[in-house]
Design a protein around this ligand. Structure first.
Ligand SMILES: C[S@@+](CC[C@H](N)C(=O)[O-])C[C@H]1O[C@@H](n2cnc3c(N)ncnc32)[C@H](O)[C@@H]1O
Length: 234
């Protein structure tokens, strides 16, 4: 698998911290800065899966529970969440969208294998150096016929903007969280390699809806921002 080093594109040069440190600090303002148009709007566009038919889901990198809540709102009654950042899990716990919350790596969750008809993972893979263990763990968790939905920042956007995932800390300093660039072909290789079949792929671009939320991004108009993959375990 190729490695595309984010440093080549970094236009900000912010001090970089690891995932737990970063989200442990960002947690206080995370929900104010993440826009639904980045990920939830893409989930709406997926042709597969049929959310109503999902009985039990595993939400990898569940954070504060945004994705879990979105699933609950679509009738998915049983959602287990996994995250490495205890402070993010604490907010998810308060939100109450998940049946069970586990502090663990998304690539080694400890959840029961073959038990979920949906595995979902939204906006975390840019923090993973290697996609293959994530795709393999999702496949282990999935029941036969299950879907794996992965929402990701588009590699084009990370490259063209030169922006790492970042937040502003309590001292007013912009801080980056370790960011990796994964090409579309990296996802395809990791997914097929783990035994998944690609069932759907949607990309969004910065359009009027986006610009109503982030007017400063006019210079990125029509650039793809994020993508959602649906994989199927046959
Ligand atoms: C941008 S947030 C996304 C949270 C949620 N999925 C959402 O859509 O709002 C990224 C989350 O992934 C978690 N994360 C990053 N790397 C992880 C890993 N290897 N295993 C589990 N969680 C991870 C972080 O702690 C953080 O809560």
């Amino acid at each position: 698998m190729r490695r595309v080093d984010f440093q080549t594109f970094d236009a900000r040069g912010y001090r970089t911290v690891d995932v737990r440190t970063g989200y442990g600090e960002w947690v206080a303002h995370y929900e104010d800065t993440v826009e639904d148009v980045m990920d939830l709007a893409l989930l709406e566009r997926l042709v597969e899966p049929s959310w109503q038919s999902v009985r039990r889901a595993a939400d990898l990198g569940c954070g504060t529970g945004r994705t879990g809540q979105w699933l609950r709102d679509r009738g998915v009654t049983r959602v287990d969440g996994v995250d490495v950042t205890q402070e993010m899990l604490e907010l998810a716990r308060r939100r109450g969208a998940h049946e069970r919350l586990v502090e663990a790596d998304a690539a080694a969750t400890g959840l029961p294998g073959g038990s979920y008809d949906l595995v979902i993972c939204s906006l975390i893979d840019e923090h993973l150096d290697d996609l293959r263990p994530l795709y393999a763990e999702a496949h282990r968790l999935a029941a036969p016929g299950a879907a794996f939905v992965l929402v990701t920042f588009h590699p084009h956007f990370i490259m063209t903007s030169g922006m790492p995932t970042h937040y502003t800390n309590a001292a007013g300093e912009p801080v980056a969280i370790a960011t990796h660039v994964h090409l579309i072909s990296d996802h395809v290789a990791a997914g097929l390699g783990a035994g998944w079949r690609l069932a759907d792929l949607q990309e969004n671009v910065i359009d009027d809806t986006w610009l109503a939320v982030k007017p400063k991004w006019e210079r990125f108009r029509n650039h793809p921002f994020s993508a959602a993959y649906t994989w199927r375990k046959d």
